[in-house]
Write a protein that binds this ligand. Structure first.
Ligand SMILES: [Zn+2]
Length: 68
């Protein structure tokens, strides 16, 4: 289940939210109903999360340089 953890920047409350496919819309804080939230990095989970294409987190990749 695609559950992500968010943290409210207003009150600092942490809450989980189910995200279907894309996370275009930002969730609302269940405490202050603020949309000033940011997604948290899943810390603790030991399972390898794999994103089904699209928005990933790979910044650097060891790829062979073409030509030379
Ligand atoms: Zn809040």
């Amino acid at each position: 289940m695609p559950i992500y953890e968010f943290e409210c920047e207003k009150c600092g409350r942490k809450f989980e939210k189910l995200v279907f496919g894309s996370d275009d819309k930002k969730p609302q804080c269940p405490d202050c109903s603020s949309t000033e939230v940011h997604k948290m990095i899943s810390a603790g989970s030991r399972v390898a999360l794999k994103v089904p294409g699209g928005y990933g987190g790979n910044a650097t990749a060891p790829s062979c340089a073409p030509g030379g």
